[in-house]
Design a binder for this molecule. Structure first.
Ligand SMILES: *Cc1c(COP(=O)(O)O)cnc(C)c1O
Length: 365
């Protein structure tokens, strides 16, 4: 029995002095939010790191996604996947749009591009795919379909910070990508998020959407909420960004060990990334399908040893109370199948290989 708990994740933090140094000047300026110096600096650094033309920071990833969708002036239906965090579906619905759920690919758990086209109607205005677990979607196929039908593409890239496709940054695909900088993500600003986007004409509207729709000192041209990132969040981001490559490298070591221990085991299915993808090792999903223990039994067994894995994503978003009378998870059978069997194992940069071995020993015992 572990004396300590092992949680599914643990937030990355810079050392204390580094953060204190970063926020020191705020005691001189008394400028704590509303696009101050830290905010500007983090935005510039993220543009460089993610190799994108534009980025806008937000107080969290969810509001970033809501604002990105709002900025595109969409109507009607949006094709998306139910195999995601509830935020993705909420962001579509809270914009007054109708989600249309597409099933997922059984290997990568991302949206199945072979089923996408059959869901397009004259009401479809956009696609919101999700780079689940940092597994990158089939971005080229999605781009082709979007071009053919003149649809906007907004990626939920909450899991995919730092991932690349054949050396090209993940954020350069589609019209926009949302990143979450929540404490549990690979890169965090405590709470936080960003939209990266190609068309610089969106800058003005994204900045207004996160600031009540204020368009000038004495003008408010439309109705919007408040989603600004503050200086303390941005300072945390500036510090964490200095170490993120090292953190991703440490995650890789943990993932390699899990793969070594769990690959080739009958009834245990590991997640596959597409050719040419550099992963950020955000999550370690395992599908128990025909294993001697069910997913729920493995979860309980680990819990009895103070190890907390997570049934992520379970239930599907189209199964939750707020959506289940409107949607039918039977229409996305592969997503349903994976969701009933998947477990994400503990994974963070400082997880020791001894702990990984203990977790695998318990599962394989
Ligand atoms: C974390 C997450 C979000 C929401 O981001 P927050 O920063 O927590 O608001 C949205 N979608 C997915 C897939 C996520 O994992």
């Amino acid at each position: 029995m572990f004396n300590q708990y092992i949680q599914v994740t643990r937030s990355s933090m810079p050392n204390f002095e580094e953060y204190i140094e970063e926020i020191r000047e705020l005691w001189g300026s008394h400028w704590l939010t509303n696009m101050g110096v830290k905010h500007q600096r983090l935005e510039e650094e993220l543009i460089k790191y993610l190799e994108v033309p534009n980025a806008a920071l937000f107080t969290n990833g969810h509001l970033a996604l809501e604002c990105a969708i709002a900025a595109m002036n969409l109507a009607g239906e949006v094709i998306t996947t139910p195999f995601t965090f509830i935020s993705t579906t909420h962001a579509i619905v809270r914009n007054g749009l109708t989600p249309v759920f597409c099933d997922i690919d059984p290997k990568t758990y991302t949206i199945d591009v072979n089923k996408l086209e059959s869901l397009i109607t004259e009401k479809t205005s956009a696609i919101v795919p999700v780079h689940v677990y940092g597994n990158v979607c089939d971005v080229n196929a999605i781009e082709e379909i979007a071009k053919k039908y003149n649809l906007k593409v907004i990626y939920d890239a909450a899991h995919a910070f730092g991932a690349t496709v054949n050396g090209r940054g993940i954020a350069t695909y589609g019209d926009a990508s949302m990143f979450s900088f929540h404490a549990t993500k690979v890169f965090n600003t405590i709470e936080g998020g960003a939209i990266t986007y190609n068309d610089s004409k969106l800058t003005k509207v994204l900045n207004e959407l996160k600031n009540f729709g204020i368009t000038g000192q004495e003008s408010v041209e439309y109705i919007a909420g408040n989603a600004k990132m503050n200086e303390f969040q941005a300072a945390m981001g500036i510090c964490n960004l200095r170490h993120v490559d090292e953190e991703i490298q440490k995650r890789k070591v943990v993932v390699d060990r899990y793969n070594e221990r769990l690959s080739g085991v009958n009834g245990i299915k590991l997640s596959k990334t597409r050719e040419g993808i550099k992963s950020n090792y955000a999550y370690y999903p395992v599908v128990f399908d025909g294993y001697k223990l069910s997913r729920d039994e493995v979860t309980e067994l680990l819990k009895s040893e103070n190890i907390y894995a997570r049934k992520y994503f379970y239930p599907l978003t189209n199964e939750f109370e707020c959506y289940k009378n409107k949607f039918d998870c039977g229409q996305t059978p592969i997503a349903k199948y994976i969701s009933d069997r998947v477990l994400t194992l503990p994974l963070y940069a400082d997880l020791s290989l001894e702990d990984v071995d203990t977790i695998c020993d318990i599962i394989l015992r």
